[in-house]
Structure formats: C-alpha cells, structure tokens
Design a protein around this ligand. Structure first.
Ligand code: HEM
Length: 322
C-alpha cells in the first residue's frame, strides 16, 4: 500500500482543539519580563463586537474541524491534494480533468433543463421551444448543454488517445482503462439518447438511423435495437425510454464509474510520459533499464513488467518528483 505524504497544514487551518500547544518559553511573552508596551500602557480590552468577530472568523475552521473529527477525511484529502506527480507531466494530462469538467457542466445544465422539459411525444418539442423562447437564460443553458455534449465526446476521445499513446493502459492500470472504455460507451449513450429528446424532425430521423445501425451489430444487435425502439415504430414509448436512460440509468452509472476511475487515478498515480527515463534507485540491479512509464519511482520495472521481484506495494504511485 503506498503511503501518502502528510504535509503539515498551516496553523490557521488546524481547528483550535487540534492545535499543538507551543513549547514553553517559545512565542508569547518572554518569561520573567513584561513586554515593553505593557509597562507603559495596559492592553486594550476587546469589545464584545470584536470578540464576536474573532469567533465568526474561526467559525468555518471550527465547523470543518467538527466534521473532520467525525469523518477523519483530512488525511485522505491532504494525501490527495499534495500527492506527487511524475516528472514530465504536461498539458495533455489535463484532458481527463477537462472531460470531468464537461461532465459536471452537462449535469448542472441538464438539471435546469429538466425543470422545464416535458418528456411526452406531444409536448417535448413545445417544451424545448418554451425553454428557448420564454425561460430566462433558457436558450443559453440549452445551448451549453447541446454544445457541451459534443465537447465532452471530443474531450473523452482526446483523453483516451493520451492514455493510449502514453502507455497508461499497461500494468497496473488495466482496470482503469477498462473502466474508461465503459465510460466512453456510457458517454456515447448519453449523446445518442439526448439527441432524440427535442423530438424535432432532425432528432426523430437521426434516432431511426442510430437505432438501425445498432440493429446491425452481431448477436445482440437486433435485441438492442428492439430495446431502444421500445415498440414496432419510433414514437412516444421510444421517447420515454430514451428519457429514462438519459436522465436516470446512465448518469447514475457514469457518476459511480467516474468515482472508481478517480479513486484508481489517486491510488496508482499517473503514468510518466514515455520519453522520461526513471533514475535507477541506489542498490537496484544494473540489469534493470528502468523506464519511467508507470511510476517513475524506480520500482524495478522494465517496460511495464516487473524484473526484480520487488514487492508490488507502492507501485505506480507516481512519486518521482514533487
Ligand atoms: C467520463 C469520462 C472520463 C473522465 C471524467 C476521466 C477522467 C480522468 C482523469 C481526471 C484522469 C487523471 C488525469 C489524466 O490523466 O488526464 C484520468 C486518467 C486516466 N483515464 Fe480517464 N476519464 C474518462 C474517460 C476515460 C476513457 C474513455 C479512458 C480510456 C478508454 C480513460 C482511461 C484513463 C487512464 C488509463 C488513466 C490513467 C492515466 C495515467 O496513468 O497517466 N479514461 N481520467
């Protein structure tokens, strides 16, 4: 198990009950001697208002401390936020976070659209027209959701390309790659099911094409297209089904899997770029021409495979540099 470094929190962020008392004789008034200003003028008394203000300033920290004493989350959070990343980390590593941001934007704008959208074959089109024409900022939020879906699809492909070309799918991150593939399928499902929801001519005919393409898949294809169509013809039942998939089924799965994906990213660390060479740790076998791919902390790996039988714990924690 890799152990995360535990950097020291600044004193102001530590809730008062958890602060360590200062060593005797350090800070405050030096022993045996009164401060010079005390000799001349007595310290000003704090007014009730000042005291209240002081307490008000401490309140958020106190509240956080109260929660933390019960959740013990600060260790995890500091470990996550202060974790080391491999040397050579560059802008391509922001594509995953950009995809995550696009997902959050879709979720937030989707909630507002759902407040006005009616998933019925007779009212869906007019409810979208109402959002665009009458609801304050409706057209803006609808536009963000519509363009955001294309952006998320583009970003997810770029992110997948980055992880592929950097060899991040190799041991020990195969599971994260597989989770990523499911995330890709779910994201495409979101884009596909969302397209029908305005229920205009374009979305109607495009969905027929999409459902028919699904039907050409081997073995499960025909069952899948029957399931999606939810009847002999594309109609009201199809809209309800697409709406349920788009609003309930897939977002839930996406959130759960993004959580698992992020957990593995934090646990295993990110892969160093393939052109980075790890420094050989002192005492390591000279046989091992270590590559930095995967960890960068010199754990005895050649091109992703272990060579020296070193214990697997702590692998790939990306701890090559601060
Ligand atoms: C909703 C979709 C996704 C989100 C929000 C997401 C988010 C992230 C984030 C934030 C990271 C860490 C930073 C980075 O390396 O960019 C990451 C890493 C990773 N992701 Fe994704 N990802 C998604 C989809 C995918 C897909 C489709 C794949 C591949 C099929 C994938 C495979 C990976 C792998 C292998 C890593 C580890 C990278 C490394 O070790 O350097 N992800 N993901």
């Amino acid at each position: 198990m890799p152990s995360f470094p535990k950097p020291k929190l600044p004193d102001s962020m530590v809730p008062p009950p958890l602060r360590k008392p200062g060593k005797p004789g350090t800070g405050g008034t030096p022993r045996g001697q009164a401060p010079s200003d005390l000799k001349t003028a007595p310290p000003e008394r704090q007014s009730a208002g000042d005291k209240l203000l002081e307490r008000g300033k401490d309140a958020p920290i106190d509240a956080l401390g109260w929660v933390d004493q019960r959740m013990a989350a600060s260790g995890f959070l500091t470990g996550m936020l202060y974790r080391k990343v491999p040397k050579g980390t560059n802008w391509f590593y922001t594509l995953g976070s950009a995809t995550l941001f696009a997902f959050v934007v879709q979720a937030v704008t989707g909630v507002f659209l759902a407040m006005y959208y009616t998933p019925s074959a007779t009212q869906a089109y007019s409810s979208i027209a109402h959002i665009n024409n009458d609801v304050p900022l409706g057209q803006f939020v609808h536009g963000m959701h519509k363009w955001g879906s294309s952006l998320m699809v583009i970003l997810i492909f770029l992110h997948m390309g980055r992880t592929f070309f950097f060899g991040a799918y190799k041991y020990p991150r195969e599971l994260n790659w597989v989770i990523g593939v499911v995330l890709l399928i779910l994201t495409m499902t979101m884009a596909f099911t969302g397209y029908l929801l305005p229920f205009d001519q374009r979305s109607f005919w495009a969905s027929i094409v999409g459902i028919n393409i699904n039907g050409t898949g081997p073995v499960v294809g025909p069952y899948l297209s029957d399931f999606l169509r939810a009847g002999p013809e594309l109609g009201a039942t199809t809209l309800s089904r697409f709406y349920a998939i788009h609003m309930l089924l897939v977002p839930g799965a996406l959130i759960a899997l993004i959580g698992a994906h992020m957990y593995l990213v934090v646990k295993l660390g990110t892969t160093a770029p393939p052109w980075m060479k790890a420094e050989r740790p002192k005492g390591a076998s000279p046989l091992a021409q270590l590559d930095a791919g995967g960890n960068g902390n010199g754990n005895g790996r050649v091109n992703g495979n272990r060579v020296d039988g070193a214990p697997a714990s702590g692998e790939g924690n990306g701890a090559s540099s601060a």
